[in-house]
Design a protein around this ligand. Structure first.
Ligand SMILES: *[C@@H]1O[C@H](CO)[C@@H](O)[C@H](O)[C@H]1NC(C)=O
Ligand SMILES: *[C@@H]1O[C@H](CO)[C@@H](O)[C@H](O)[C@H]1NC(C)=O
Ligand SMILES: *[C@@H]1O[C@H](CO)[C@@H](O)[C@H](O)[C@H]1NC(C)=O
Ligand SMILES: *[C@@H]1O[C@H](CO)[C@@H](O)[C@H](O)[C@H]1NC(C)=O
Ligand SMILES: *[C@@H]1O[C@H](CO)[C@@H](O)[C@H](O)[C@H]1NC(C)=O
Length: 569
C-alpha cells in the first residue's frame, strides 16, 4: 500500500527532460516495423513507445529494458487511477498479457472485456517487446477513449516475471512514470527538399538571472538573405541540460525598429524603449515539451520579402524557480528555408484573450472560464480576399500554470463545428502543435471562441493576465494558408461596462474581497452578457488597429463528439 502510494507520487510528479525525438543508441530498441511516431518515456532510455494510428485503431509497440514484466497505460490526468492499463511478460517462451484498469492503489484489475489485443511479445537483446492493437474507442467504460487530447502515457517495468497473473510484484521506484503525448493530431514530417538553408537565432552565452521569470529579448536581422524565401520548418535548439529552464520562445516579426538595435539584447518588458517591446506579431513559437514544426509540403511562410525590413525579436522565457545563479545559455530557434517558393503562403492568426492585467481570475474557483474570441467583423476583413475561405493546418494553444483546459471553438452561422483544438487535460509542461487531421477551413462569417478553464482553489489572491509564469494567458495560434491581412484578433472582457475609468477593474485586481459571497456573485454577474474590447490587428498589410465593443459569439447548436460505434452508450 505504501509502495503503491509512492508509485503514484512518482508518476504524478515526474518531470520530463528528454528531447522529443529519439536518437538511436547502439544497444537501443529495435521496433518490428516502421512506425511514424516514437517517444522515449523515461529519462534513461529504458522504455520506448512506438505507435501507428489510423481512423479506428492504434498499434502500439513498447520496448522496455527488462526481462521481467512490462506495464503500459493511458490516462487523462497522469494519475495512476483511473487508468487503462495493460501488463504483459514473456516467460519460458510463453506470453502473458491482459487488458486491465486501475481503480485504486492496488494491482490493476483484469477488464471483463479484453479490448487490447497482443499481436506479438518477445524478449531480445534490449529487453522485452509487446506489440498490441486496440480501437480508439472500445466502448468499454473500463477503457480509455483515445482522442486528439493530450494523453498521459504511463509506464512501468520490473526486473522479474510475476509468479502468476494475480501476484505481480511491486515495480521499483525508478521504473515507473508518466509522459504527456498527443497521440493522434500529428503529421509524419514531410521530406525536406535538397536546397534548404538554415539559420540559427541563439542566445549567446547569456547568464540567466537568478530569479524565477526572465523574458530575454534579442534582435536578429534576416535582411541579408536578399529576396523572398519560404520557411518550411522551424525547431528549438535547446542547450543540453537546459531543457528545464528554457520554458518557451517566441519570435516576433516587428517593423519600425531602428537597425542600430540589431544584435541588442535586453529584458523584454523591463526596458523603457517601447520600440523594443515585442510587438504582437508572432512569427513562430515553441513551448516546453513541443517538437519541430513542419509546414505542409505545398506551403511555406514567406521571409525576406521586398517590403520587409527583416527584423525579428527572439523572446526567451527562462523559468528558474530554483534561482540557480550560473546558467549560461545558448538556446534559441532554428529556421529552415528555401528559395524555391512553394505553391501557397502561410499566415499565423493569433486569437484568444488579450494579454492584459484586466484578464482577471478570482481565487478559490474550481472551474473558472475566461473567454476570448475572434469576431466575424475582424475575420471577415481578412477573409474578404479569399471568398472560398482559408485552410487551417495546425493549432497551438497556450496558457500558464492554473489552466485545466483550453478549447478553440469554431462557429459557422450559429452552428458549432468541430473545435479546431480541444485540450481537455492541459499540461503546462507539454504544449505541442496539433496538426489538423481533416480538412478544416475558415470562411466568411465564421467566428472563433477560445475558452480557458482555470482552477484556483489553493489561491488566496487574484490571478491576472500577463507574461510571467505566475500570470495567465489564454491564446490560440492558428497556422493556415493562404495568408490573410489580419494577424491578430483577440478580446478582453469589460466587466459590464462598469467603470470605464478602470476603477472597478483596479479594485478587482487589488483589494476586492472575493471571500464575500455577494462580491463574488457581483463579479460573476459582471461577466455574464459583458461586452468585450475586441482587437483586430494586421501587422503586415493593414497595420492599423481597430478596437470595438462586441459580445461573445453564440451558437444555437453545440458540437458533441460523435461515438457512432458505441450504440449502447
Ligand atoms: C486500422 O488498423 C487496424 C489495426 O491494424 C486494422 O485492422 C484496420 O484494417 C485499419 N483500418 C484501415 C482503414 O486501414
Ligand atoms: C441557428 O442559427 C442560425 C442563424 O443564426 C439559423 O440559420 C439556424 O437555422 C439555427 N439552427 C437551429 C437548429 O436553430
Ligand atoms: C466604480 O467602482 C467603484 C468601486 O467598485 C464604485 O464604488 C463606484 O460606484 C463605481 N462607479 C460607477 C460609475 O459605476
Ligand atoms: C455593472 O455591473 C452590474 C453587475 O455586476 C450591472 O448590474 C450594472 O448594470 C453594471 N453597470 C453599468 C454602468 O454597466
Ligand atoms: C480597448 O483597448 C484599447 C487598447 O488598450 C483602448 O485604447 C480602448 O480604450 C479600449 N476600449 C474600451 C471600450 O475599453
Amino acid at each position: 500500500m505504501k509502495a503503491a502510494l509512492l508509485l503514484c507520487f512518482l508518476a504524478t510528479s515526474w518531470v520530463q527532460s528528454m528531447p522529443a525525438d529519439y536518437i538511436g543508441v547502439p544497444d537501443g530498441p529495435a521496433p518490428t516495423q516502421d512506425f511514424p511516431y516514437h517517444r522515449q518515456l523515461d529519462a534513461n532510455g529504458d522504455y520506448h513507445t512506438y505507435w501507428l494510428p489510423n481512423k479506428t485503431h492504434v498499434v502500439f509497440e513498447v520496448h522496455a529494458r527488462t526481462l521481467g514484466y512490462v506495464g503500459f497505460g493511458l490516462s487523462s490526468n497522469g494519475k495512476m487511477f483511473p487508468a487503462d492499463i495493460v501488463i504483459g511478460w514473456v516467460k519460458d517462451g510463453k506470453t502473458y498479457f491482459h487488458d486491465r484498469h486501475s481503480t485504486g492503489h492496488s494491482l490493476p484489475e483484469v477488464d471483463a472485456s479484453q479490448d487490447w489485443t497482443l499481436l506479438r511479445g518477445e524478449e531480445y537483446s534490449y529487453g522485452t517487446m509487446l506489440k498490441m492493437v486496440r480501437k480508439l474507442d472500445t466502448c468499454d467504460e473500463e477503457d480509455f477513449q483515445i482522442t486528439d487530447d493530450t494523453i498521459r502515457l504511463l509506464y512501468a517495468f520490473h526486473p522479474d516475471d510475476p509468479e502468476d497473473e494475480n501476484t505481480i510484484p511491486f515495480h521499483g521506484t525508478k521504473s515507473v512514470g508518466v509522459r504527456s503525448t498527443i497521440l493522434l493530431s500529428r503529421i509524419v514530417p514531410p521530406q525536406l527538399p535538397g536546397d534548404v538553408q538554415t539559420r540559427d537565432w541563439l542566445n549567446d552565452n547569456y547568464l540567466v538571472p537568478n530569479k524565477e521569470t526572465t523574458y530575454r529579448c534579442k534582435i536578429f536581422d534576416l535582411h541579408d538573405i536578399g529576396k523572398k524565401h519560404h520557411m518550411v520548418k522551424f525547431e528549438p535548439v535547446i542547450q543540453k541540460g537546459h531543457e528545464g529552464i528554457v520554458h518557451h520562445m517566441l519570435v516576433y516579426k516587428c517593423s519600425g525598429i531602428d537597425r542600430k538595435f540589431i544584435g541588442t539584447d535586453y529584458e523584454c518588458y523591463l526596458q523603457p524603449n517601447t520600440q523594443l517591446y515585442p510587438c504582437g506579431n508572432v512569427f513562430m513559437g515553441w513551448e516546453y515539451g513541443g517538437g519541430d514544426f513542419y509546414f505542409p509540403e505545398t506551403v511555406g511562410m514567406p521571409i525576406g520579402e521586398a517590403d520587409d525590413d527583416g527584423l525579428y525579436i527572439l523572446e526567451t522565457h527562462y523559468n528558474n524557480p530554483e534561482m540557480v545563479p550560473d546558467y549560461v545559455d545558448n538556446s534559441g530557434m532554428r529556421i529552415t528555408f528555401t528559395q524555391n517558393l512553394r505553391a501557397h503562403e502561410s499566415g499565423l492568426l493569433m486569437t484568444g484573450v488579450t494579454v492584459d492585467p484586466t484578464h482577471i481570475i478570482p481565487p478559490r474557483e474550481q472551474n473558472f472560464m475566461t473567454t476570448g474570441f475572434c469576431h466575424r467583423d475582424c475575420l471577415n476583413t481578412g477573409l474578404s480576399e479569399y471568398p472560398e475561405g482559408v485552410n487551417v493546418f495546425a493549432v497551438w494553444q497556450h496558457a500558464h500554470l492554473i489552466a485545466k483546459s483550453v478549447k478553440t471553438r469554431h462557429f459557422r452561422e450559429g452552428v458549432e463545428l468541430e473545435p479546431l483544438a480541444h485540450e481537455e487535460h492541459f499540461d503546462f509542461n507539454y504544449q505541442d502543435y496539433r496538426y489538423m487531421t481533416k480538412h478544416t477551413t475558415l470562411k466568411m462569417g465564421d467566428e472563433l471562441v477560445v475558452e480557458c478553464v482555470y482552477e484556483t482553489m489553493a489561491k488566496s489572491k487574484v490571478t491576472i493576465g500577463g507574461p510571467a509564469t505566475g500570470d495567465e494567458m489564454c491564446l490560440s495560434f492558428i497556422y493556415y494558408w493562404p495568408r490573410m491581412s489580419v494577424d491578430y484578433c483577440r478580446s478582453i472582457p469589460l466587466y459590464n461596462g462598469n467603470n470605464t475609468s478602470g476603477e472597478y477593474v483596479k479594485e478587482l485586481t487589488r483589494d476586492y474581497n472575493y471571500n464575500d459571497d455577494d462580491n463574488r456573485r457581483k463579479f460573476h454577474a459582471s461577466l455574464v452578457d459583458s461586452t468585450y474590447n475586441a482587437t483586430c490587428h494586421g501587422e503586415r498589410r493593414t497595420p492599423q488597429i481597430f478596437y470595438a465593443e462586441k459580445t461573445i459569439p453564440v451558437t444555437n447548436q453545440t458540437y458533441t463528439r460523435p461515438r457512432p460505434q458505441c450504440p449502447n452508450l
